[in-house]
Design a protein around this ligand. Structure first.
Ligand SMILES: [Ca+2]
Ligand SMILES: [Ca+2]
Length: 186
């Protein structure tokens, strides 16, 4: 039974959890994006307490493998999650149209995006203050003009799709456990 507990514990510990991440200004464009989340190995999740000032945008660079599920959510810390009113989008390294963008799917005026990577590469999470329409254009984030300011919490998680090989290993492991249980019963 102790061995089972160790197996379960090491499975838990293979999920990488990190201390609070922070931002380094300026990070207002893809070229100056914070790489504080870059290089994490999926599955991972992290959380940061960040801030927007007038006309500020925050970019974070992440590496995704094909099949990875990315989830990013902002929580404005102002009254009832209403300030700052964030808008968030995901860009690849060269496209000027967002892969996915969102204004208010989070709590209050917070934003939320969820997307499965169709190819391996570098991606950029862009966050800025609400200032009308055009939220899928890179110009909405790079060179933004807005009056939103205040602290917000950003959570990011990346979960890989299980590979056939690891599913096979899991199957073998489960079969082994079943065998062990049968033997113990005798
Ligand atoms: Ca910034
Ligand atoms: Ca919003």
């Amino acid at each position: 039974m102790k061995r089972l507990a160790i197996v379960a514990l090491s499975a838990l510990m293979s999920v990488n959890a990190f201390a609070l991440f922070s931002e380094t200004e300026p990070n207002d464009t893809r070229a100056s994006a914070d790489s504080v989340l870059y290089g994490n190995v999926a599955p991972w999740s992290d959380v940061g307490v960040l801030s927007l000032t007038a006309s500020d945008s925050d970019f974070f660079k992440v590496r995704l493998n094909a099949g990875d599920w990315l989830t990013a959510i902002t929580f404005p810390t102002g009254t009832n999650y209403f300030a700052p009113d964030t808008v968030m989008a995901l860009f690849d390294a060269s496209g000027n149209t967002a892969i996915v963008s969102n204004d208010d799917a989070g709590s209050g005026f917070g934003s939320a995006i969820r997307w499965q990577a169709d190819q391996t590469g570098d991606y950029f999470i862009a966050i800025t203050g609400y200032h009308g329409s055009g939220q899928s254009s890179i110009s909405y984030y790079e060179g933004a003009t807005h009056s939103q300011s205040g602290s917000y919490i950003l959570t990011v998680s990346v979960v890989p799709v299980p590979e056939p090989a690891s599913m096979l290993a899991l199957g073998v492991g489960l079969a082994g456990l079943a065998g062990l249980r049968r033997r113990n019963r005798k």
